[in-house]
Design a protein around this ligand. Structure first.
Ligand SMILES: CC(C)(COP(=O)(O)OP(=O)(O)OC[C@H]1O[C@@H](n2cnc3c(N)ncnc32)[C@H](O)[C@@H]1OP(=O)(O)O)[C@@H](O)C(=O)NCCC(=O)NCCS
Length: 194
């Protein structure tokens, strides 16, 4: 395909899709693994939580929709667009979600996002999952920069970002549309070797 870019690609096409989506170990026995159809009910249940609904406006409406999302997750991997993992205890019980999207292989940049089920919060699950995903993306795949944003009112997410090495880069005014209106968004990023 013609790229029309003056710079050579930092990461080649196939950087994700040439291998099966990996299972990633994280601290405290956490395991990041691809979503399975048997996770659909738990995934749907997560979006009943007030905090997840407060910060995530894109929500599945049924288990069938969840299965469609999971199919799109697999396509994202197969087309080098992203990766989506269940954060689990020992590979079985689902505790949360972590994902990499907005992948730009030419520039070796991607975005990340996450949520954790209410019962599993406050124990470092999001921080350990984000740290493991980031280390894999940078050290194994070769991404140069990973970024995330969160509402300036979402203090827990700000802590997760900071604890995982995502330094604050500023405030994007009115950049996030939530159920209760527009929010200013904090931008954070982790840059390789910086
Ligand atoms: C944000 C979220 C992912 C954090 O998951 P988690 O596994 O509990 O995160 P961790 O345990 O790794 O760290 C949570 C940190 O936030 C802090 N925190 C939690 N609630 C907080 C609050 N209301 N105000 C300030 N800090 C808060 C904790 O004290 C902890 O920081 P510390 O280690 O410095 O004490 C989880 O709360 C969640 O899913 N929330 C709803 C969805 C969401 O916000 N997704 C992110 C959208 S950008």
């Amino acid at each position: 395909m013609t790229r029309d870019l003056s710079t050579p690609p930092v990461l080649p096409s196939g950087s994700l899709s040439d291998s099966p989506q990996p299972v990633l170990p994280a601290a405290q026995g956490l395991v990041l693994r691809p979503w399975q159809s048997t996770d659909a009910a738990t995934f749907l249940f997560a979006y009943q939580d007030e905090e997840i609904r407060r910060w995530h406006t894109r929500r599945p409406s049924s288990e069938n929709r969840v299965l469609e999302w999971f199919a799109r997750y697999r396509q994202d991997w197969e087309q080098d667009r992203g990766g989506h993992w269940a954060v689990t205890r020992d590979g079985s019980e689902v505790l949360g979600r972590i994902a990499m999207g907005s992948v730009n292989l030419d520039e070796a940049i991607a975005g990340v996002g996450y949520w954790v089920l209410p019962a599993a919060r406050g124990a470092g699950v999001a921080t350990h999952a984000l740290s493991a995903l980031s280390a894999w993306a940078m050290d194994e795949i070769g991404f140069h920069r990973l970024h995330l944003d969160h509402s300036t009112r979402n203090h827990a997410s700000c802590r997760v970002a900071a604890k995982s090495g995502y330094q604050p880069e500023g405030t994007m005014r009115s950049a996030g549309l939530h159920d209760d209106g527009r929010h200013d968004m904090h931008l954070h990023a982790r840059v390789r070797d910086a």
